[in-house]
Design a binder for this molecule. Sequence first.
Ligand SMILES: [Zn+2]
Length: 122
Amino acid sequence: MTDRVCQEVQANLPAYVARTLAPFRRNLVALHLRRCARCQAEFSLQRELHDGLQSLAASGDTPPDGLLESLLQQADSPRGAAQLRGAVSGAKPVYSAVLLLAGAASAAGAGYASWLTAKNVR
Ligand SMILES: [Zn+2]
């Protein structure tokens, strides 16, 4: 039962971090985060990813078409993290950090979506 709540909360975290969550749900997530270490860890990750993506979008330094997407796809595979590190070595610092975070995030697809959102908002 707790796990089911955690799954729901974590599924809502990208929207929570991006402040696009409805107030009612937002409160539920905030309450749960206060007493759940696992979801707090996921929240920190999502927030770092979101911030990284925001600053990437703000810098105007957009990734080449398809690069981020293909990296995120790789991150889903067991060897993804190692491939990711190889792929970003030599990339610009802000860029590397974002891509590594993207690889670490369990909801990487949602993170990519929030990057697209950040880009469009600009
Ligand atoms: Zn939880």
